[in-house]
Write a protein that binds this ligand. Structure first.
Ligand code: NAD
Length: 296
């Protein structure tokens, strides 16, 4: 049994913390939004009143917050985990953030003698609840091995991708592939609809061929059934693609498909679609084409 601290108890963090409790770990939890802590206390965890207090009561601290600024505040900011951590502790940031920010947090941890790995996830709320997340890890191999028993509880796979930041590079790669696929799928179903061919039929005809994918299977039916309930919110995908473009700029690499995706997601957020599932990229295509995709 490990003393685990958990910071950030939102859509993803709450079920992950509860899975750690159910597996027998002693979990101390904190969220800046106090109501988020109660479900974790109800499941058998203890509440703390700051990130520093979480760290002072734990050997391993997991953070699962929205983006880089929140992760930096929770770990290296005033009252952050590093203020309560002891040398030899381990901090695992499982949020999806820019790799450069992970590296900055890693350096602050190293100065304090605290281990750090970045370990963003794929799979969304359903896999967070079932403990089946795919985990992409950056950091030293010995720290990865130390974290592995926890990863085996919250996830079904964990892969060490390289040094600190490599987990988030991998997550950005994942988000580019997923976003570009959804945009292509939306254009394909719009074309079919405009040509008078049932988009559901097109989906069924092509899903077993080279075009088929997990993305198509998950998002195609949401499009032609017009169910845009998140799922993975457009505003979170926008955040990831902004981080991808920031990273591409720092590295000096052109990514035109990703740059276009950034424009599409920005347009959708500005039009008020940010809380919808990212299958709602379809709205962008539909509004340009003046059609509505629907099975018939
Ligand atoms: P969320 O907004 O539901 O939860 C984040 C929580 O962190 C909130 O409860 C917030 O109050 C808390 N928080 C923020 N700053 C804090 C601080 N300094 N101290 C303590 N608590 C703090 O977000 P989420 O959907 O759980 O996503 C978390 C991360 O996981 C994001 O980086 C997201 O991109 C990633 N992710 C989400 C999904 C998904 O489907 N929701 C899937 C894969 C990855």
């Amino acid at each position: 049994m490990t003393k685990v601290g958990f910071i950030g108890l939102g859509i993803m963090g709450r079920p992950m913390a509860i899975n750690l409790i159910n597996a027998g770990h002693e979990v101390t939890a904190f969220d800046v939004f106090p109501a988020a802590i109660q479900p974790v206390v109800d499941a058998g965890g203890s509440a703390a009143s700051s990130c520093a207090e979480v760290a002072s009561k734990s050997d391993i601290v997991v953070t699962m917050v929205q983006d880089g600024p929140q992760a930096e505040a929770a770990i290296a900011g005033e009252g952050g985990a590093l203020e309560g951590a002891s040398p030899g502790d381990l901090i695992i940031d499982m949020s999806s953030i820019a790799p450069g920010v992970s590296q900055r947090i890693g350096e602050a941890c190293e100065k304090a003698g605290v281990g750090f790995i970045d370990a963003p996830v794929s799979g969304g709320e359903p896999f967070a609840i079932s403990g089946d997340l795919a985990i992409m890890v950056g950091g030293k191999a010995d720290l990865f091995e130390r974290a592995k028993p926890l990863f085996d509880i919250v996830g079904k796979s964990s892969v060490l991708c390289g040094d600190v930041g490599a987990g988030n590079v991998t997550k950005l790669a994942n988000q580019i592939v997923v976003g570009a696929n959804i945009h292509g799928l939306a254009e394909a179903l719009a074309l079919a609809t405009k040509a008078g061919v049932n988009p559901e039929t097109v989906f069924n005809a092509i899903k077993g061929g080279l075009a088929g994918s997990n993305v198509m299977n998950a998002k195609g039916p949401m499009m032609f059934e017009r169910n845009f309930t998140a799922g993975f919110r457009i505003e979170l995908h926008q955040k990831d693609i902004n981080n991808a473009m920031e990273t591409a700029r720092d590295l000096g690499i052109p990514l035109p498909v990703t740059a276009n995706l950034q424009q599409v997601l920005t347009s959708l957020v500005e039009k008020g679609y940010g809380k919808e599932d990212h299958s709602g990229i379809l709205h962008f295509v539909e509004e340009n084409a003046g059609i509505e995709v629907k099975k018939f």
